[in-house]
Design a protein around this ligand. Structure first.
Ligand code: NCD
Length: 306
């Protein structure tokens, strides 16, 4: 039985297969409409979510399966002091597969150690968010036609942004990917990612503060929200939250075929005027998230559709 804790749990070849499956689902959804008849997905969300939880649920419903779960720690027995390990032992009796989001780094990993059903990490603290990364990879492959040889700028909260941490690890495995990290000093990408992932493999990266300086070089701009819930004090958050605001004036500096991605939710970091720009890909990204989660559920449940 397989779980998904990190995007690196799949080899590059396995990822290719998963993305191919997601693409086939996009083209022929009817083929998959009953693939999970009678199967149940549990969504165990100890932290707020809109897209991730609902896209998992939409994915399972599109496959003909059923869903149940909780959407906050307060509405589960965690509020009575139940451990994640005890909860998952029980859920294993009710469901065939589960997706878990938790504010503590490593909680889904603890769950997977005692679970008798596949556990999917749907975001653990500031650590990883592998299914957002699968979404991002499918978006890039679908819109740019490849996963290699491009320059990606990641902008905003690179310190606490788990989507960034997972995406950098995943993209580091493809040839010719250059990273430009755009952040204020306080929100720089963690040293362990620079040292263990990028420097260790000789992957080129740069760190800058001004988005305007690098805009013309980018093939992809990946914007992120300042992660309010992971700040220790309100004052720092208020000072940093509007550090970057992408608007039409800045978009003029970019290539005609650059794409703008964002895991969402957006707060102020992308002005709504940019939504009309054909290079804005963040809402299309949401749709790819459903296809890829369908492909992931089929893969982990070992369901083959001919
Ligand atoms: C992200 C997350 O939860 O890390 N959202 C998501 O799942 N699409 C990004 C964020 O909250 O800023």
């Amino acid at each position: 039985m397989r779980h998904l804790m990190s995007p690196l749990d799949f080899s590059v070849e396995e990822l290719d297969k998963l993305l191919d499956l997601a693409h086939d689902i996009e083209l022929h959804p009817e083929k998959y409409a009953h693939a999970c008849d009678g199967k149940k997905l549990a969504t165990l969300f100890y932290e707020p979510s809109t897209r991730t939880r609902l896209s998992f649920e939409a994915a399972m419903l599109n496959l003909g399966g059923n869903i149940f779960g909780f959407s906050s720690a307060a509405s589960s027995s965690a509020s009575k002091g139940e451990s994640v390990s005890d909860t998952i032992r029980m859920i294993s009796c009710y469901a065939d597969i589960c997706a878990m989001r938790h504010p503590k780094e490593g909680a889904p990993m603890v769950a997977s150690a005692v679970s008798s059903i596949p556990v999917i990490n749907a975001g653990d603290g500031g650590h990883q968010h592998p299914t957002q990364t699968l979404t991002d990879l499918l978006t890039i492959r679908s819109l740019k036609g490849r996963l290699d040889h491009f320059t990606i700028g990641l902008c905003g909260d690179l310190k606490f942004g788990r989507t960034v941490h997972s995406l950098v690890r995943a993209l580091a495995r493809y040839e010719g990917v250059r990273f430009i990290f755009i952040s204020p000093e306080e929100l720089k990408v963690p040293e362990y990612i620079k040292e263990d992932v990028l420097e260790a493999q000789g992957i080129p990266f740069r760190e800058v503060e001004r988005i305007e300086d690098v805009m013309p070089e980018l093939d992809i701009l990946y914007m992120t929200r300042v992660q309010k819930e992971r700040f220790f004090n309100e004052e720092d958050y208020v000072r940093l939250k509007d550090f970057y605001i992408l608007n039409n004036r800045k978009m003029k500096l970019a290539k005609d075929d650059m794409i703008v991605m964002h895991p969402l939710p957006r707060v102020n970091e992308i002005s709504v005027e940019v939504d009309k720009d054909p290079r804005a890909a963040y809402f299309r990204q949401v749709q790819y998230g459903v296809y890829v989660r369908m492909a992931l559920i089929l893969t982990l449940l070992e369901v083959n559709v001919c």
